[in-house]
Design a protein around this ligand. Structure first.
Ligand code: NAP
Length: 211
């Protein structure tokens, strides 16, 4: 399985390092090929850089490690190439609140996962994953004993299994919360997200007890 990570920022670089450490086959892309190449060199292993369309074309799993609005744009720009792919959405729909903080930019009952899933071509499957911890926690939580949970939702069981395997590779315990209609519970401020919900990292057993 080849995984493309689109986005070289906080979350993209943490996921890239965790997956490279496990020997996963990785292609890294972003807004700038040089930044992608420098992250690929930094994480090591088989990681290599490509432009976004080439990265998507070569990947089985595409992780959109970019902000929600950028994900929408990238899906529009790469619709055909995304057909048949497993698309991972870690996004939390946040924007500036005008006072130095953040506010949810969707209605309380809406999730970015469901909105992005509706934009994808029919042959693509979205898995909402890799977004349930803040970057600071995620950076120090891989390969703990017991493993820290990363929660996910999807309507496609096979795609969910493939992403669960990637979550394990990254050094976390995958916990399936259900279909995409449950995504709002694992996005920021949802009751199962670290921020505004659980308030801390949890093990898989603790996460399942909270479902
Ligand atoms: N930070 C967290 O604690 C956290 C936790 C969980 C989930 N998330 C989610 O993860 C996603 C990324 O967050 P982040 O904190 O990693 O943000 P970030 O550090 O700002 O990184 C965003 C990345 O997107 C890239 N980008 C922007 N426009 C692009 C385009 N058109 N094509 C390709 N790449 C583009 C940026 O490239 P440039 O820098 O070159 O513009 C940057 O590498 C967000 O949806 C966020 O909600 C974040």
């Amino acid at each position: 399985m080849t995984t493309a990570i689109i986005g070289t920022g906080k979350i993209g670089s943490i996921i890239a390092q965790d997956l490279a450490d496990a020997g996963e086959d990785l292609i890294i892309a972003g807004s700038d090929l040089e930044k992608a190449a420098s992250l690929a060199a930094a994480v090591g292993g088989s990681a290599r850089a490509a432009e976004v369309p080439a990265a998507i074309a070569a990947a089985d799993i595409v992780i959109l490690a970019v902000w929600f609005d950028v994900s929408k744009k990238l899906i529009d720009e790469n619709r055909d190439a995304l057909d048949g792919k497993i698309v991972v959405d870690p996004s939390n729909p946040l924007g500036p609140d005008g006072n130095g903080g953040y506010v949810k930019i969707l209605a309380p009952e809406e999730s970015s996962g469901q909105i992005l899933a509706q934009k994808l071509p029919a042959g693509a499957s979205l898995v909402k994953a890799f977004g349930t911890l803040g970057a600071e926690s995620m950076k120090v939580s891989a390969r703990q004993d017991p493993a820290i949970a990363l929660l996910y939702t999807t309507d496609d069981g096979a795609a969910g299994e493939a992403v669960a395997s990637l979550i394990r590779s990254a050094g976390f315990a995958p916990v399936n919360v259900g279909g995409l209609d449950q995504s709002v519970r694992i996005e920021v401020y949802g009751e199962l997200h670290e921020i505004g919900g659980l308030g801390r990292t949890v093990t898989a057993e603790e996460a399942r007890a909270a479902l």
